[in-house]
Write a protein that binds this ligand. Structure first.
Ligand code: C2E
Ligand code: CA
Ligand code: CA
Ligand code: CA
Length: 389
């Protein structure tokens, strides 16, 4: 990722230039203007966090404006190729919609006389294009953010329902973005899975999670059998080298494979059960635990349970969280607990928030739980004292 520094008065690009890059303003501010009959026509001012130059790439038009820094400014650039490639990858219908709105928006911004009535339409079409553009931006930001240590892990304890004793914890990733602040993991993980940077994020979770576990062990803080659960994507387990990487990182931190479980969503396994089966068997041979995450929300194709080497099923909070009030959720939870017993795998209920949840899950014979009722996700510094209490 290339960063450029501009001083006030520096030109980033000029109206009529060919374009190779779009830019994200990191700090500072720029003004956009056109030149008409030798006169500058001011278009707008943009500050930190906004993207500039992407429309002319998607419309293959020369630059419509000149961009000049009006303060000490840092921008980083995104190549036209990458923007176009990402645009090609999206759903064709969505692409057609965005295409139309981009064309409309760019014509609109080039219009000299603007009618007030057009403004709301242009604003909403620009928002559609904006969503796509935000993805370009986050994709770049993820890799850059890893370099700058913007990512971290929180740890949410997992407890035994009978006595609330902590048996393990799940690592949950957080991203403190310099401009957007906290970006939800659901959002950035989805983008990372689409764009390939999930590899780096998962490696970060494994490296950081294992380092934490090593420190906790050195403090003698871990209860007997304590494990760390790490979320991995379906893309990870299918990748050549993933198992070697995991094995290497465990060894480098003096951990054994039983110290770690991998959480994989049901939806990640279903597309090709045969391949999932092969990959999970390798993980199993290494000795790591394997959890199916968000169990019950996938396609509920139970056939794969016969062959996969699983150690636990995590019941999604959609069911576990309202089993006390919703009879349908309750019978699903009952069914899953029975299934767990028959298959000899642990059942972990997610999203346990109230004492009603706890009472219901206990009465249904669920053994493990995780949720705000017990502990929120917490940083390593708090985890050490919580687990050694
Ligand atoms: P998940 O794996 O199902 O994680 C559980 C989510 O439920 C977490 O959200 C957690 O903070 C939240 N949660 C825990 N207890 C409660 C509760 O009592 N009530 C409610 N309402 N929520 C509760 P979070 O941390 O926002 O993570 C969201 C999702 O992002 C995760 O869902 C997981 O799919 C993904 N994710 C998070 N970290 C990673 C990671 O390191 N790698 C990968 N691949 N995915 C991750
Ligand atoms: Ca999980
Ligand atoms: Ca889950
Ligand atoms: Ca989830």
């Amino acid at each position: 990722v290339l960063e450029l520094r501009l001083s006030p008065g520096d030109i980033l690009y000029r109206e009529g230039d060919d374009n190779e890059f779009a830019y994200v303003i990191e700090t500072g501010a720029v003004v956009l203007y056109r030149t008409e009959a030798g006169q500058r026509v001011y278009v707008e001012k943009r500050g930190a966090g906004s993207i500039i130059g992407e429309l002319s790439i998607l419309t293959s038009q020369p630059r419509a404006v000149t961009v000049e820094a009006v303060a000490p400014t840092t921008v980083y650039r995104i190549s036209a190729d990458r923007i176009r490639r990402r645009f090609e990858e999206i759903d064709p219908i969505l692409r057609a919609c965005i295409d139309t709105s981009i064309n409309f928006a760019s014509t609109f911004t080039q219009q000299k006389a603007r009618s007030a009535a057009d403004a709301p339409v242009a604003a909403s079409t620009l928002r559609d294009a904006g969503k796509l553009i935000e993805e370009f931006r986050l994709e770049t930001d993820i890799l850059r953010g890893l370099d700058r240590e913007e990512f971290s892990l929180l740890f949410q304890p997992i407890v035994e329902l009978s006595d609330s004793r902590i048996v393990g914890c799940e690592a949950l990733m957080r991203w403190r973005h310099p401009v957007l602040d906290n970006v939800s993991p659901e959002h950035f993980i989805r983008i990372a899975e689409k764009t390939g940077s999930i590899k780096q994020l998962t490696e970060f979770a494994i490296i950081d999670g294992c380092a934490t576990l090593k420190r906790l062990k050195a403090l003698d803080a871990c209860p007997e059998g304590f494990f760390l659960s790490i979320n991995v994507s379906g893309k990870d387990i299918g990748r050549r080298g993933f198992i070697d990487f995991l094995g290497f990182t465990l060894e480098a931190n003096d951990l054994s494979p039983e110290d770690v479980k991998l959480e994989i969503t049901e939806t990640a396994l279903i597309p090709d059960v045969a391949i999932a089966d092969k990959n999970l068997k390798q993980l199993h041979d290494l000795g790591c635990g394997i959890s199916i995450d968000d169990f019950g929300t996938g396609h509920s194709n139970f056939a794969y349970l016969k062959s996969l080497p699983l150690t636990s099923l995590k019941i999604d909070r959609a069911f576990a969280g309202d089993a006390h009030s919703n009879p349908v959720s309750q019978s699903i939870v009952k069914l899953l607990i029975k299934l767990g017993k028959d298959l000899d795998v642990d059942i972990i209920a997610e999203g346990v928030e109230t004492s009603d949840d706890v009472a219901t899950l206990r009465s249904l014979g669920c053994r493990f739980a995780q949720g705000y009722y017990y502990h929120k996700p917490i940083p390593e510094s708090e985890l050490a004292s919580v687990i050694s209490d």
